[in-house]
Design a protein around this ligand. Structure first.
Ligand code: SF4
Length: 343
């Protein structure tokens, strides 16, 4: 079984019915559904299946609201050279390619990613590395894209070695969905390409539902954890996928059990054609409050919003302190209010 990449292939698998609106939706973004994710889809309840919803195109993708943006987190305005996004002084994103193992229908870079998406040429990658070399305030480089683990191990190893040779780069972070959606790619050869490193190497692992963590995915994550790499979990709050407290609780517990520390729960970005995935911020805050009462601190992510226009991420609550600085109150994890001295 290979990755499904066309509407026809999804139709043959019984995942969609022929519909001209779907053909239109599929034009706006590439399709990829790995055998591992296909195997996790519950055919008995396709319309509500949280795995299918993430990767199978929907007719709702042709509905574009006026506030939705082609570049929802403002990568372009913060890009001094091709492949680099420099939003905060001490860190940059480096995007060597725009290919992914799956294409998530809610992706914040949905208009960039895909098999025909731009990859950096050798000259462009050199220019991007030169930019990092020339800016000694850059302490951390975040490899993203696309999915950096789609690079051949040799190329990934060369890129990591080039970054490792820049003395002021102390930390390299790889953001990836590969260990979860295509765990067979975490091979000995790939792991060998990840070391040895002077800089600290971290992983951000994208996972939105506990069911994504198949035995194979957990094996791939264990492989990375056993090598000593710290693993952080990144999840997107998605209507119909994980926007209820039981599902989020299971996801966070499953991540921690797999030695992945939940890091961010992203509020969904204002991506064109993804209104059907969006959840009200108030609802997200209520879910976070409910999680506070249920989960240990190591299983709590920060609920964050990327401010449109390239202004970066901020935590968006919920807050636990009352508004009156003279008569301060603090709410506990179970909703009870308590007074607290202002200092
Ligand atoms: S793996 Fe990441 S970059 Fe690729 S489609 Fe999914 S969310 Fe977008």
């Amino acid at each position: 079984m290979t990755t499904l990449r066309t509407l026809k292939a999804l139709e043959q698998e019984g995942l969609v019915a022929a519909d001209p609106r779907l053909a239109e939706a599929a034009q706006s973004m590439a399709i990829a559904l790995t055998p591992e994710m296909l195997g996790l889809i519950d055919r008995g309840d396709l319309a509500h299946d949280p795995i299918a919803k993430q990767f199978v195109p929907s007719v709702h993708e042709i509905e574009v609201a006026p506030e939705e943006l082609a570049d929802p987190i403002g990568d372009e305005v913060r890009s001094p050279v091709k492949g680099i996004v420099h939003r905060y002084p001490d860190r940059v994103l480096l995007k060597p390619l725009h290919v992914c193992p799956v294409y998530c229908r809610f992706c914040f870079r949905r208009e960039k990613v895909g098999p025909g998406g731009e990859a950096l040429s050798a000259a462009e990658l050199s220019a991007a590395l030169a930019y990092i070399r020339d800016h000694d305030e850059i302490w951390e480089v975040i490899l993203t894209g696309g999915d950096p683990l789609m690079l051949a191990p040799r190329r990934l190893g060369e890129l990591l070695a080039a970054l490792d040779a820049i003395p002021h780069v102390a930390v390299i972070r790889i953001h990836s969905r590969v260990p979860v959606v295509d765990p067979g790619r975490i091979t000995d050869e790939l792991v060998a390409a990840l070391k040895p490193r002077r800089a600290g190497l971290w992983f951000g692992i994208h996972c939105n539902h506990a069911r994504e963590l198949s035995p194979e995915a957990r094996g791939a994550l264990a492989r990375l954890a056993d090598e000593g790499f710290p693993l952080l979990g990144q999840s997107v709050l998605l209507a119909g996928v994980n926007d209820d407290v039981d599902t989020l609780e299971q996801l966070m517990r499953a991540l921690v059990t797999a030695r992945v520390k939940p890091y961010y729960l992203h509020h969904p970005d204002l991506v064109r054609g993804t209104g059907h995935f969006r959840v009200a911020i108030e609802r997200g805050q209520a879910l976070m409050k409910a999680l506070r009462g249920r989960l240990s601190g190591i299983a709590q992510p920060s609920y964050v919003l990327d401010v449109p226009g390239g202004h970066g991420k901020v935590p968006i609550g919920p807050g636990y302190l009352g508004d009156d600085p003279q008569a301060l109150t603090v709410e506990d994890a179970f909703g009870e209010q308590h007074s607290y001295p202002p200092r």
